[in-house]
Design a protein around this ligand. Structure first.
Ligand code: DCP
Length: 641
């Protein structure tokens, strides 16, 4: 549901940057001989040449569209090159594209707060950078304006005139312009510079929209593609929205847009202007009504969240038509593969970014044979995420069984005798969400376990005890489906079974104590700190439990005091633990860091030493924002984009 937020300031400078035919560009970088040729990337499923998921602009000229299959594309453009997405574990492997997206994000994030909105698009808040530029190096004082800037499209009543380079230059350099337009001009110069850096460093082109808020910037970025940018001055907003079809607006493509069209006769966003806010609120509720009233005026207070890492990780696969999975064993085989991939990605997120995911969710699409109620949805199920591939696989299967139970509903009786009949799964996915900063030492502890434990499975076991299971389960299936649950390879103890199936929100404490008593080796930081020897003998349970409490609890229905959405400040705190955060953690650990004898630290394994020293050191001050540098340094000579 859209959320109405008042405009924060009409002098913000926000950019939306969207890569052009992204997967195609990634493939063309790998195979440069494809550059400039009609090319498309097709999905793994090769039926009728595979479904197109990305189409180059050269191929679009021939009428090739994303909705086509490879065979259709060849009909309209026989010379098209079809490249298949990489495959791993029998499904599309998107790592190549994800990593390419990360390369771009790391460049775009250089000039301001950056939010990675999808695999190939980001929002930037360039307000501070634009203000700095305006005060130190205003456009009207520039000796030369970069060609890339002069290729900008500046929306407004005189846009046609502005197609002339001289007119665009005049708009950028007007000394009489309003302050907010001058800021936008600076923002557009910065974005042109960033886009050129992206091209130079990655060989990828992108397009951008520059406006006073996210909504307008997003609308503008798609207006002139590929490799161009569009600026929306404040004075042009009304004209832009007056003719904008309602369905083009994000969040109005579905039922809400249909209702606006059929019930209120609204066809363009501008048509909404005629309705008083009370009428919209009465019809669609306070929040949505206010949001509609706002968007008609180009008002949107959504902030750019400082987030360059994904909010969640997911792996999925479709099983269309005859490929539908009809047996628990087939589902389990695919779930194992999906969970293995998910586990690898979680591990690399932990290693590279020191982040821990807290919730595992299973989604599926399924049908019931012999059932008129075929529209019934397969429910999604969540549970606390336990690290380690085997644990994720085990929990995912439990979630599937529980969901299948709900899905089968009244047919349960028939299928309990044979859980492998009467249904088919056409899509399966697992995802990990509620990703937060790992408590200090988590990554080191895992590495340490890997070096001191005889087998990796036991290190996984211990690691699960350190990563807390603090996220509540969503309502799950009933216990009467135990036959289905038995289909898994490893059977849980009845206590664990109850936990999964009854929606308990935390680890069973006795269970945890029992597990912790098996905790081998001198493997807790606290253990090291409490004695100078690498031994956990007296504190092994304590260490594991306290570390669990030290982790920030994610917002949940059991924790209603916390807002669901974090403020940017909170986000920063989570992604970069601050001194305050460390102080809080120290208190939770009931251990006074100031009292640690530094000589004890020297006896810790090197990786852990470094992290403990980090707690003792005051945090470094953030680097001051660099001044906007001259765009001429970055311009690529005569590159055709
Ligand atoms: N993608 C996908 N399946 C879809 C849509 C997109 O796998 N149904 C992938 C392929 C795209 C990438 O995501 O290259 C980005 O999607 P966009 O919608 O941004 O489209 P493109 O970047 O391909 O083209 P454009 O230049 O129109 O943005």
């Amino acid at each position: 549901m859209p959320v109405a937020r008042p405009e924060l300031s009409d002098a913000r400078v926000i950019a939306h940057v969207d890569m052009d035919c992204f997967y195609v560009q990634v493939e063309q970088r790998k195979q440069p001989e494809l550059r400039g040729l009609p090319t498309a990337v097709v999905q793994y499923n090769s039926w009728k040449g595979g479904g197109l998921i990305a189409v180059s602009y050269e191929a679009r000229k021939y009428g090739v569209k994303r909705s086509m299959r490879g065979d259709e594309a060849k009909e309209v453009c026989p010379q098209i090159h079809l490249v298949q997405v990489p495959v791993a574990r029998g499904k599309a492997d998107l790592n190549l594209y994800r990593n390419a997206g990360s390369e771009v994000v790391s460049i775009l994030a250089r000039k301001g707060r950056c939010e990675r909105a999808s695999i190939d698009e980001v929002y930037l808040d360039l307000t501070d950078a634009a203000k700095t530029m305006l005060s130190e190096n205003p456009p009207e004082m520039l000796e030369a304006v970069d060609d890339e800037v002069l290729k900008s499209h500046v929306l407004g009543p005189d846009e046609d005139e502005r197609k002339e380079v001289e007119n665009v230059r005049e708009w950028f350099c007007r000394s009489s312009a309003e302050h907010r337009d001058k800021l936008l001009a600076c923002g557009a110069i910065i974005v042109a510079d960033l886009r050129m850096q992206v091209l130079k460093e990655t060989q990828f082109t992108c397009s951008a929209g520059i406006a006073h808020n996210k909504m307008l910037a997003k609308l503008a970025s798609g207006m002139n593609k590929p490799a161009q940018q569009t600026v929306v001055p404040f004075s042009s907003v009304e004209g832009l929205l007056a003719s904008l079809p309602i369905k083009k607006m994000k969040q109005l493509g579905g039922k809400l847009g249909n209702s606006l069209q059929s019930d209120l006769g609204v066809n363009t966003v501008g048509d909404l202007l005629q309705f008083p806010v009370e009428k919209l609120q009465e019809r669609y509720g306070i929040n949505t009504g206010t949001w509609l009233w706002n968007i008609a005026r180009g008002i949107s207070g959504d902030e750019v969240e400082g987030r360059i890492l994904p909010k969640s990780h997911g792996c999925g696969k479709n099983f269309p038509g005859p490929q539908a999975l009809r047996k628990i064993t087939s589902v389990q085989r695919w779930l194992n593969d999906l969970c293995e991939e998910l586990s690898e990605r979680l591990q690399s997120d932990l290693d590279q970014n020191k982040r821990v995911a807290h919730t595992l969710t299973l989604h599926a699409r399924a049908y019931k044979s012999n059932d008129s109620d075929s529209q019934r949805k397969f429910p999604s199920k969540s549970c606390p995420l336990r690290y380690g591939t085997a644990k994720i696989q085990e929990d995912a299967l439990k979630l599937f069984n529980s969901a299948l139970c709900d899905f089968l509903g009244s047919h349960r009786g028939e299928t309990q005798g044979n859980p492998n009949s009467g249904w088919g799964v056409t899509a399966l996915s697992v995802s990990a969400s509620k990703i937060l900063a790992a408590p200090p030492g988590t990554a080191s502890i895992l590495r340490f376990f890997h070096s001191c434990e005889p087998s990796s499975s036991s290190s996984e076991q211990n690691f699960s005890e350190i990563i807390p299971d603090s996220v509540p389960l969503s309502p799950s299936g009933s216990l009467s489906c135990s036959e289905l649950n038995q289909a898994g390879p490893q059977k849980r103890s009845s206590a664990e079974e109850t936990q999964i199936n009854c929606g308990s929100s935390t680890l069973n404490r006795d269970d945890q104590k029992r597990k912790s008593s098996n905790y081998k080796g001198g493997c807790s930081i606290l253990g090291y700190l409490q004695g100078s020897k690498p031994s956990c003998s007296s504190s092994k349970y304590e260490g594991a439990e306290i570390a669990q409490e030290a982790l920030p609890v994610p917002p949940s229905e059991h924790n209603p005091g916390r807002p669901l959405k974090r403020s940017p400040e909170e986000e920063n705190r989570v992604s970069q633990p601050s001194l305050d955060h460390n102080l809080q953690r120290r208190e939770m650990w009931t251990y006074k860091v100031d009292e640690i004898d530094p000589s004890v630290i020297d006896e810790l394994p090197p990786e852990i030493q470094e992290e403990v020293r980090g707690w003792l050191r005051p945090p470094k001050r953030a680097n001051p924002v660099k001044r906007g540098s001259s765009i001429t340094n970055y311009y690529l000579p005569s590159r055709k984009m």
